[in-house]
Design a protein around this ligand. Structure first.
Ligand code: IMP
Length: 206
């Protein structure tokens, strides 16, 4: 078998099974052998110490590529609220404290925005994906999803800040729409669509 016939291994730099499933399905038609950190129990735990989503995704992808010797993919995402100058941003998962629940995080956000009028409650989810090859070549893609922060949580679907993120064109929160709808509109869906477009040329050039 020639080098070109052999599938390139891609290690997903996450221990989140939901993400692994989503990424595996999305990338299934590319010539990749997809693995996750489950296949590398000794891989290091990469801390998110960056000031931007890009720094965090880049750091995770690079460390996992270097630790495994394979191509690695990492993402980082969160919510940016304009009235809070972009917070919670990279702190989205731990906004109300290191072990905060989703509800504690969005309750804190609603409290901080208590006096902010509807037209100033603009926000966006952002997702950055980095694919890093041990040779040092890398690729970045990004997606955003614009919305408004509600005054009360609504809906049971999704996770994180979905119950307080209003999709203006639907008049519903991200937690009130089924996953099929969210997965067409979301920041992650957009970053993944871009990744899928750019990945074949990137792999070809390795
Ligand atoms: P990470 O990208 O897995 O580090 O997640 C960052 C955090 O951002 C999550 O824990 C959520 O609080 C928030 N977040 C990211 N994407 C979404 C989303 O699609 N809906 C709601 N919250 C999200």
């Amino acid at each position: 078998m020639s080098k070109k016939d052999k599938k390139t291994v891609l290690v997903l730099a996450t221990r989140n099974e939901g993400k692994v499933k989503e990424l595996k399905a999305l990338l299934s038609d590319l010539p990749l052998e997809i693995r996750s950190l489950k296949d590398y129990p000794d891989a290091p735990e990469v801390l998110e110490t960056g000031n931007t989503f890009f720094e965090n995704a880049f750091q995770k992808a690079r460390e996992i590529a270097q630790a495994t010797g394979e191509l690695a993919l990492a993402d980082d995402s969160g919510l940016e609220v304009d009235a809070l100058k972009g917070r919670p941003g990279v702190y989205s998962a731990r906004y109300a404290g290191p072990k905060a629940t989703d509800e504690e995080n969005y309750r804190k956000l609603l409290e901080e925005l208590r006096d902010v009028p509807p037209e100033k409650r603009t926000a966006r989810f952002r997702c950055v994906i980095v694919v890093y090859h041990p040779s040092g070549h890398w690729l970045k893609t990004e997606g955003t999803w614009e919305g408004l922060i509600t005054t009360e949580p609504r809906g049971e679907h999704g996770f994180g800040y979905d119950p307080v993120f209003l999709i203006p064109e639907l008049g519903k929160t991200a937690a009130e729409v089924p996953p099929e709808v969210k997965n067409k509109l979301s920041h992650r869906a957009k970053a993944l669509a871009q990744l899928k477009q750019k990945l074949p040329a990137f792999l070809e050039a390795l």
